[in-house]
Design a protein around this ligand. Structure first.
Ligand code: URA
Length: 229
């Protein structure tokens, strides 16, 4: 693992702070100061920052198929929290990276690694999310090009980022977004005179939903790392 990654994983520091501290000569690997943040290190090296030996924390990363009428917060409200489906230790330390509405189903990522989830949801990352959308009316001509150019949502100062629309049939489409504004899919279809009647997230970045409703699994290392490049 790279030195900056090791330091990041074992502290609450930001990427920028980590790079700065390493370049300033504040990090020692086996008693030797290392100022190149790309240096490869191993768990059994002794890595010291400001006199403290660092130990990587092991974060947890899960995907889940969210059932309808569940909520992405950690406590039950009008609907039960989807964390009720996750029977692991310290489940209250997990949060959802990119929440879905109560009536939306499908792919949800959960973790206790705040920096990782920030990487997924921050708008500048433009991580792709794919939704299958059921509509109340037939899709009108020209909606795909409108979504590609960006639409004006009520209360927003900027147009939406280019979004790809694939037509499955008259009332079913697949929409790929690179951002995650509040109720974005529902608001985009409202902006073109239609209404979403069902919404299901199929994919986030390279991660595809592959478990049944209400089931979860841990992400593979490749899946976890796919958001960090
Ligand atoms: N857009 C919505 O409108 N709702 C969701 O749950 C996700 C995206």
């Amino acid at each position: 693992m790279r030195l900056d990654k090791f330091v990041g994983k074992s502290t609450e520091l930001t990427k920028h702070e980590v790079t700065h501290l390493i370049r300033e000569g504040k990090v020692f690997v086996n008693n030797e100061v290392i100022i190149n943040e790309a240096t490869q290190v191993h768990e059994n090296n002794q890595i010291v920052l400001n006199g403290q030996i660092l130990k990587t924390r092991s974060f947890r990363y899960l995907l889940m198929n969210k059932p309808q009428n569940t909520i992405c917060s950690n406590i039950d409200e009008v609907y039960p929290s989807l964390f009720n489906y996750v029977d692991i230790d310290k489940v209250s330390e997990l949060h959802v990276a990119g929440r879905l509405d109560a009536d939306t189903t499908g792919l949800v990522l959960m973790t206790d690694d705040g920096r990782w989830s920030f990487d997924i949801i921050r708008p500048t990352k433009q991580c792709k999310k794919v939704y299958r959308v059921g509509l109340s009316r037939s899709i009108a001509e020209g909606v795909a090009s409108k979504f590609l150019c960006g639409v004006q949502l009520q209360g927003e100062s900027k147009l939406t980022l280019p979004a790809e629309l694939e037509i499955i049939n008259r009332k079913e489409v697949r929409l790929t977004l690179m951002e995650g504004k509040y109720h974005q899919v529902k608001r985009m279809f409202a902006a073109v005179g239609n209404r979403v009647v069902s919404l299901h997230r199929e994919k986030i970045g390279n991660i595809i939903l592959d478990v049944d409703v209400g089931q979860w699994r841990y992400l593979t290392d490749d899946e976890v790392n796919s958001f960090t490049h």
